[in-house]
Design a protein around this ligand. Structure first.
Ligand code: P6P
Length: 334
């Protein structure tokens, strides 16, 4: 009985598509998946491991850090900083880039990540995940400077996430489509279960936090009001709404069965054009969505084209079914 295609095998076979590859990237991605296995094990132990609740500190976002935020952050740093594949790392949980220890050779890649996205859901047992983005270091072999991370999303060489939901899944793309792997706990291997995931151009399911409605700009107000009007309104059909409050879970649902996800610009704080962070949330998820045939926009710009200006900048996010995203963009143009 064959165990199926393991993630390790898939990564190595995919690496052969890149002439001249050295195996560095394959090693990097395999080491990252080890961290995701460890994080998943902590999440699934939950209250039994004494890791729920607040850590009593705030991150650079001003958000209360959960114990598992810090455990997950540390797990990735320690799984990756010794590998020699990286020139530096950026995390949602750290103000500044993490320097590779002096004794370790600097590599040619940059890793950016949200170690545990949706962590406010942990204490109530709702799915959470790890989001990651991999860039090439502008100059391999030297310490990365903050500016080195400020590359538009189109420059990503890989993006993905681990979902700690009904099972531990790893979804990623290097530009040849989106593939999903499910952890087989009995052997500790991620096994290929979702090949070449695709998002239908149309959908009847949307994800947005309706409690923010009064803060949205008019184009989003119009779009959502039309969805809520259902078959009696201009769309002449009914829609369904899902909002997990965990981007990884909402995006995974869209990759599996379609949909549109919106965390739009809102008027509460003009300094914060959105809630989601560009470098390690919006960019990796937009990369995956586009690789699966969908679209990802701020409402006025393709997310992957944005030239970043700061490590933790936020952007409005509208992503998923291409025809629905294009409709929202058209409303912004009107
Ligand atoms: P709200 C989680 O905190 C997160 O960053 C995303 O994972 C999620 O989509 C969003 O924020 C939820 O935001 O305002 O609905 O709690």
């Amino acid at each position: 009985m064959h165990i199926g295609t393991t993630l390790s095998q898939f990564i190595i076979e995919e690496t052969r598509l890149y002439p001249g590859s050295t195996g560095d990237f394959a090693g990097l991605l395999n080491d990252l998946t080890t961290a995701c296995k460890f994080i998943g094990a902590q999440v699934y132990r939950g209250g039994l491991a004494g890791v729920l609740g607040s850590a009593g500190t705030d991150n650079v976002q001003g958000e209360t850090q959960k114990k598992l935020d810090l455990i997950s952050n540390e797990a990735i740093l320690k799984s990756m900083d010794w590998t020699g594949h990286l020139a530096g790392m950026v995390s949602e949980e750290m103000d500044n880039p993490y320097p590779i220890p002096h004794s370790i050779p600097r590599g040619k890649y940059l890793l950016l990540f949200d170690p545990l996205d949706g962590s406010s859901n942990i204490d109530v047992g709702i799915s959470v995940g790890t989001i990651f983005s991999i860039l090439k270091a502008p100059i391999a072999g030297r310490d990365a400077e903050p500016a080195d991370f400020l590359q538009p999303g189109v420059e990503q060489v890989c993006a993905g996430y681990a979902l700690y939901g009904s099972c531990n899944m790893l979804i990623y793309s290097t530009g040849y489509g989106v593939n999903g792997f499910t952890l087989e706990p009995s052997i500790g291997e991620y096994i290929l279960t979702h090949t070449q995931m695709r998002i239908p151009d149309d959908t009847s399911e949307y994800a947005i936090n309706m409690s923010n409605q009064r803060h949205w700009q008019e184009p989003v107000q119009r779009y959502i009001n039309e969805l809520n009007a259902g078959k009696d309104g201009p769309r002449k059909r009914d829609f369904n709404m899902r909002w997990v409050g965990s981007m990884v879970a909402d995006v995974h649902r869209i990759l599996c069965r379609g949909g549109i996800f919106l965390y739009p610009f809102d008027l509460r704080d003009p300094q914060k054009p959105g809630k989601l962070r560009l470098l390690y949330e919006a960019n990796p998820m937009s990369y995956l969505i586009e690789q699966a045939g969908g679209a990802a926009s701020t409402g006025t710009r393709r997310i992957l084209d944005i030239e970043p200006t700061s490590l933790h900048q936020r952007v409005p996010v509208i992503l998923g079914a291409r025809n629905e995203v294009e409709r929202v963009v058209a409303y912004h143009r009107d």
